[in-house]
Design a protein around this ligand. Structure first.
Ligand code: PGA
Ligand code: ZN
Length: 404
């Protein structure tokens, strides 16, 4: 493989119409690698900073000849060296000088250039130790949006269909069927009310969380019965968004961590939840541990804001048995190398990883490659919208030809 000949950054827009960074890495052989970075809305405190103060304009001002010069000449295929260089160029642990999204875009664009020049698919280049061949993730598909991803929706952030068929296309069929049924149920419930979709392509309606969960679990049951495919309800509570002064504040109700835990254990049992993400505040390892001890045998307990894909945070979680799974988002840590370190540690501990989109996405296809490369238990992705379906269709391509 040849070396990097040119690096450029540009402003592009994400699925919420917010500016983000796209990087292009050109090799001496004239091969281009291009990637844009997604953005979150319910970001964790321990994530790297997506942009410096001043946003994309400030990134473009700061990323000058000195930065470019350092990156030009690096041979392709040396991801760890490249990513270390990106960290050194930024100079701050939270990447707040050039932005975590700049590092993410550059890290991915470089990987793409290398993969293209060596004529290998990304999933193969990224394959983690111990992932024997293509292993396909379950689908974690967003059917109803709430919290920060919807206006006037339920308080829980995400109502998810967890589809666990052997073949990705069956999982996708099941998740889409649940999404459709949830829409039909919402329409039947309020025939004259407007029905919209939120940031991640799930429905948005003025329902309370409990009713949303009833609708979701009924839809999953009907899909199981009619399509004979395994699909069960799950939740992302993004609970840090409702936590202050030691309590969880919901419309009309306030719960202590202990009450929140009992409330959620009951929901797991009543609705047969097989997936619960961020049920507690991002600093409350203790409640996570207690909850996992109670329901971990029958439910995936997933840390997102709790870990922010950071290895040190995961280490703490493993020691405390805080969860049994971790959500993986590249731009929470800023580089592929940091992401791989966290994935490898989770796998060594026997934990499941769930590779995830962000609520503000770009229409790119690398996410399912990362899921397959890491033997992920789940691919978390919205089911509607070009920027989501691009990822799901790529998962189908990775799975091979359509049989019928
Ligand atoms: P975000 O939300 O991309 O807005 O952070 C996704 C999630 O919480 O899983
Ligand atoms: Zn989350």
């Amino acid at each position: 493989m040849t070396a990097v000949a040119e690096v450029t950054l540009r402003r592009i827009y994400d699925s919420r119409g917010q500016p983000t960074i796209e990087a292009t890495v050109a090799s001496e052989a004239g091969v281009l690698g291009r990637a844009g970075a997604p953005s979150g809305a319910s970001t964790g405190t321990h994530e790297v900073r997506a942009f410096p103060e001043g946003g994309v304009a400030e990134v473009l001002r700061r990323f000058g000849a000195r930065e470019r010069e350092k990156l030009v000449g690096v041979p392709l295929g040396a991801q760890a060296d490249w990513d270390l260089l990106l960290r050194t160029l930024d100079g701050r642990p939270d990447l707040s000088r050039l932005g975590g999204n700049t590092a993410t875009a550059l890290s991915l664009a470089y990987a793409r250039a290398g993969a293209t020049e060596s004529d290998r698919p990304l999933w193969e280049v990224w394959r983690r130790p111990g992932v024997a061949s293509k292993q396909f993730p379950n689908l974690v598909g967003n059917c109803l949006n709430g919290g920060k991803h919807a206006i006037n929706g339920p308080e829980f952030q995400e109502f998810l269909a967890i589809a666990s068929a052997e073949r990705p296309e069956d999982s996708l069929r099941a998740a889409l069927d649940v999404h459709r049924r949830v829409g039909a149920a919402l329409r039947a419930r309020s025939p004259t009310a407007a029905l919209g979709r939120g940031d991640e392509g799930g429905w948005v309606a003025a329902v309370e969380s409990r009713e949303g969960l009833e609708i979701l679990s009924r839809a999953c049951r009907e899909t199981r019965e009619e399509l004979h495919l395994p699909v069960h309800p799950g939740l992302d509570l993004a609970a840090s968004e409702f936590y202050s002064d030691g309590r969880y504040h919901y419309r009309g109700t306030t719960r202590s961590p202990e009450e929140q835990r009992r409330f959620l254990v009951d929901l797991v049992d009543e609705f047969g939840l097989t997936y619960v993400e961020d049920p507690f505040d991002q600093e409350d390892f203790e409640s996570f541990s207690r909850f996992t001890a109670e329901v971990g045998g029958r439910c995936r307990v997933v840390g997102d804001d709790l870990y922010t894909t950071r290895r040190e945070r995961l280490e703490r979680g493993i020691a405390a048995r805080a969860t049994n799974a971790i959500l993986i988002k590249v731009n929470q840590v800023g580089t592929l190398t940091d992401t791989f370190a966290t994935i490898d540690r989770a796998r060594a501990a026997g934990w499941a990883t769930v590779t995830s989109h962000r609520s503000g996405e770009v229409p790119e296809e690398w996410l399912p490659h990362l899921a397959v490369a890491s033997g992920a238990a789940g691919l978390k992705c919205g089911l509607m919208g070009g920027e989501r379906i691009a990822k799901l269709n790529e998962l189908l391509r990775l799975a091979g030809p359509t049989e019928s």
